[in-house]
Write a protein that binds this ligand. Structure first.
Ligand code: SF4
Length: 183
């Protein structure tokens, strides 16, 4: 099944897909503190971002409910060292493919936890703090859950840096929930 999920991810257009060990998903306070600096303007403004997505402990416990995980990457070439248009285009490709992947995964694993790159952008403006308009489509980011993507890649033997003038966006899918007795 894991192989078929990877095949699905690659067929959707991701450049890399690999299994990850859920035990390597270790939320870190400093990652969350970067969210609090609010560079992306989503802190305390989006259901899928901190603080609304849960405390670091809650996010950590939620991830550890799963037996298996997969990381996917979109790798793109930049035209110059700082290429705002390139970041945006490659990021959009990643987000659109991740939304499709999440839909496919949830057909097999309705309780899967999908963590993309950047918080939910389904609505032009998030309804927060009013109820989420499309909870079935909303997903948090790996960073929002306190994950340092470089560490997750390193601990799972996945390349993260693809060289000068490249950018890699990552997301992960956790699936196959443990039984209560296993938790
Ligand atoms: S679906 Fe809309 S309301 Fe819900 S988290 Fe995403 S942006 Fe916010």
């Amino acid at each position: 099944m894991a192989d078929s999920l990877k095949e699905t991810a690659l067929a959707l257009g991701f450049d890399a897909a690999a299994d990850i060990d859920v035990a390597t998903l270790k939320p870190q306070e400093w990652v969350r503190s970067e969210c609090a600096e609010n560079k992306c303007q989503a802190f305390n403004k989006n259901w899928t971002c901190p603080p609304a997505c849960g405390t670091l402990e809650e996010c950590g416990a939620r991830m550890q409910r799963y037996r298996r995980g997969m990381i996917v990457q979109t790798i793109g070439q930049l035209q110059k060292d700082i290429d705002s248009r390139g970041y945006a285009e490659i990021g959009l490709r990643h987000s659109e493919n991740f939304r499709k992947l999440a839909e496919e995964v949830k057909k097999q694993y309705p309780d899967a936890l999908c963590l993309g790159a950047g918080g939910c952008r389904v609505c032009k403006q998030c309804a927060y703090p009013e109820p989420c308009r499309f909870p079935e489509k909303a997903y948090s980011s790996m960073e929002g859950y306190g994950l340092f993507v470089t560490q997750v890649c390193r601990d799972n033997g996945v390349q993260y840096n693809y060289g000068r003038r490249t950018i890699a966006y990552s997301g992960c899918v956790l699936y196959d929930q443990k039984d209560e007795a296993e938790e």
